[in-house]
Design a protein around this ligand. Sequence first.
Ligand SMILES: C[S@@+](CC[C@H](N)C(=O)[O-])C[C@H]1O[C@@H](n2cnc3c(N)ncnc32)[C@H](O)[C@@H]1O
Length: 239
Amino acid sequence: MIEVSNRASDAFENEGKRAYRARHLEVLRDQAPELWTDDPPGRLRGAWLELMGSTGWRTLKLLTGANVLSPSSFVGADLDHDRIDDYRRRYPDARWLTGDVLDHVESPELHDVSVIHFDGYEAAGSTKFDHVGEQLGVILRRAVARHGAAALLVNSDLDATRLHGQQPPAALRRQAMTLAAVLAGASTARREVTPETLLPAGAETAVGSRGFVGLLGAFEVYRGKNTGHRMACCRVVLR
Ligand SMILES: C[S@@+](CC[C@H](N)C(=O)[O-])C[C@H]1O[C@@H](n2cnc3c(N)ncnc32)[C@H](O)[C@@H]1O
C-alpha cells in the first residue's frame, strides 16, 4: 500500500514526491540500458548516491523493494551527522557519508556510483550549481569510464528563484546551461550535451505561467505538494 502523508506539513513525504521517485526508475529503464544487468536481470549496475534528508530512506526502500539494488549499493549522504548516524543504525548494510558530499567525491564509498540523485532543493539556476557541477563531474566521468554510462538526476526549486530576483524561465534556462557545461565535460564525444538538448530553445517560457507542470526536454516540472513551490528535475544519461 502507498503511504500518503499530510501534504500541508511535509514537502517530501507525499504522493507527488512518491511519483517523482518512481519516475527515476522509469527513465533509467527507458534511457539507460547500459546501466541494467542481464544476469541477474533487472539490477542496476553500480551504486546509487542519494541526498537523504528525513525521507531519502523512501528511495532506498523503492530500490531494494523492487530488487533493483542491494542495500550495499546504496550510498546515502547528508550534511547532518546525527541524521546519518540514525540511518546507519537503521540500515547498517548501506553505505553512509556525513558532511558535504562534494568534499567526498574521491572517497571509496563513491568509487562505483553510476546514478546520482542530487536532491538538495537549491534554487534552479543558482550559482551554487557551478561548484556542484564541477564536483559531480568527477563522479560522472568515473561512472562513464567504468559502466559505459552514468545518470544524473538533479532536483531544484523552480519557484524559489523569485526570492533571488530571477523569474522561473530565466532560472530554468540558466540551470540548463550550467548542467550542460558539467555534462559536456563528463561525457565522451559520442553524445554532445548542449543546453538545448536539455531544454529546447524557448521551452522555458512555459514555466512563466505559474500553473505549468509537465515535461520540458530533460526537465520535469512538478509540484511536490498541492500548494507550494514547483520543482524542476533534470534527468540525464551520459555516455
Ligand atoms: C530534500 S532533502 C532530500 C530528500 C530525499 N532525497 C527524498 O527523496 O525524500 C535534501 C537533503 O540534502 C542534504 N544536502 C544538501 N546538499 C548537500 C550536500 N552538498 N552534501 C550532503 N548533503 C546535502 C540536506 O542536508 C537535506 O537534508
